[in-house]
Design a protein around this ligand. Structure first.
Ligand code: ADP
Ligand code: ASP
Ligand code: MG
Length: 423
């Protein structure tokens, strides 16, 4: 029998009524002849609540216990979903990560898949079970402890199962009916895309569009998984939602295909560090060791360069990172200064910044996108603090209060609300 993977996010399983609603969707696919692997998230809000409980219990950050607690949200949904399906006469069994087993690395709270052996689930299918309900977001380390995959990780569980079981498709059911040109909650002009390339989706996800976890898109691209995003609240069929697929399958041609944003960023500037070989390594080494995900980096000549007080060459170094890592970043820099490996006059933190990015494979062959983006932001009086580019994206850091305005302005500027012409 062909296998189908169906993943349901937190809002889609937020209460018993919604669990019953999506169980109907699963049952329909069983009737169509699929063996179904269902991946479930925790009920919406549950993971945040569990993280809050861990933080309120202890200041000691023990990632093993964090994972033990936080993974439990998915276990509840998996059991309830299997029960509901049984009620409907569909033979279903729930699976926690260790029971499959979903083998991961031991990088607690950010674990990666090592292997997903098929034997146990296949043995159950062979007995006549038609649905395996797997708890998303979790796995088991080589030491036999529970691990989790990072926020939004159930998407990645789904794609990994689709690859491991060579599923016909991986359907990600969520609270929007597909991937849009930007978050539809920010502008009503956002338009649903029928198809998007793996590469563009990867950029959008990594730049803040949380509709899919970045790692899930990476895996789908690597293993050629047919990945689809669709609504768990609408009636859906074969043509619903957005397909994430190879570039060659896409007929639309727009230079920019989407806009992503990440609200909670912070910017750190080290004022007047020595300008010498090895200084970047001395700064970013300790930041990496402290688990700080440095994003944008700018090095520029300091105003104080060549003055009498600082006869040697000096530079200012600016970097950005997620706002919740700012204390770790500050501490790492203070320690590096205290042990003499770097020296700086001042450490300035700007915690009120956000990042907005335009993404499109068309940028490979078109020039002028950056100029157009900067002009549009300037016309609205939005100051750009840091810029970074890659082959298919341009990102800028701006004051957080302008984020909605910036997304809406760029969405209009690149005419994303209107359908593209076919090539
Ligand atoms: P789930 O709980 O199902 O995993 P998420 O909340 O993680 O759902 O992701 C879905 C949300 O992603 C949507 O509600 C939407 O606000 C947001 N989102 C951000 N960018 C986009 C985009 N480009 N297209 C669609 N949704 C987006
Ligand atoms: N429940 C986890 C989270 O909220 C994983 C997921 O839903 O994908 O991050
Ligand atoms: Mg999600």
């Amino acid at each position: 029998m062909p296998t189908l993977v169906m993943k349901f996010g937190g809002t889609s399983v937020a209460n018993l009524e919604r669990i019953a609603n999506v169980a109907e969707k699963i049952s329909r696919e069983v009737e169509r002849g699929y063996n179904v692997i269902v991946i479930v998230s925790a009920m919406s809000g549950k993971t945040n609540e569990l993280i809050g409980w861990v933080n309120d219990t202890s200041d000691i950050y023990d990632a093993r216990e964090y994972d033990a607690v936080v993974a439990s949200g998915e276990n509840v949904t998996a059991g309830l979903m299997a029960l509901r399906l049984q009620e409907m006469g569909v033979s279903a069994r729930s699976w926690q990560g260790w029971q499959v087993p979903i083998n991961t690395t031991s990088a607690h709270s950010a674990a990666r898949f090592v292997s997903i052996p098929r034997d146990n689930i296949e043995a159950k299918f062979a007995e006549g079970f038609r649905v395996a309900v797997v708890a998303g977001f979790q796995g088991v380390s080589p030491e036999g402890r529970i691990t989790t995959l990072g926020r939004g990780g159930s998407d990645t569980t789904a794609v990994a199962f689709a690859a491991a079981f060579e599923a016909e498709r991986c359907d990600i059911y969520t609270d929007v009916d597909g991937v849009y040109t930007t978050d539809p909650r920010i502008t009503a002009k956002a338009r649903k895309l029928d198809k998007i390339s793996y590469e563009e989706m990867l950029e959008l996800a990594s730049l803040g569009a949380k509709v899919l976890q970045t790692r899930s898109v990476e895996l789908a691209m690597r293993y050629g998984v047919r990945l689809r995003v669709l609504s768990s609240f609408d009636e859906t069929d074969e043509t619903s939602g957005t397909m994430v697929c190879d570039e060659e399958e896409i007929m639309e041609s727009k230079v920019v295909s989407g806009i992503a944003f990440s609200r909670d960023e912070a910017k750190v500037t080290l004022v007047t560090v020595e300008d010498r070989p090895g200084i970047a390594a001395a700064i970013f080494g300790p930041l990496a060791d402290a688990g700080v995900n440095v994003d944008m980096i700018v090095q520029n000549i300091s105003e104080k360069d060549y003055d009498e007080v600082h006869p040697g060459a000096v530079t200012d170094m600016t970097f950005s990172c997620p706002i919740d890592q700012i204390n770790r970043a500050r501490k790492a820099m203070e320690n590096a200064k205290a042990n003499g490996s770097i020296n700086y006059e001042n450490l300035i933190v700007d915690a009120d910044v956000s990042k907005v990015s335009v993404v499109g494979i068309g940028m490979r062959s078109h020039t002028g996108v950056a100029a157009k983006m900067f002009r549009a932001l300037a016309a609205e009086g939005v100051n750009i603090k840091v810029i970074s580019t890659s082959e298919i994206k341009i990102s800028v850091l701006i004051d957080r209060k302008y984020i909605e305005l910036a997304v809406q302005t760029l969405h209009d500027e690149f005419d994303l609300g209107a359908p593209a012409d076919d090539v």
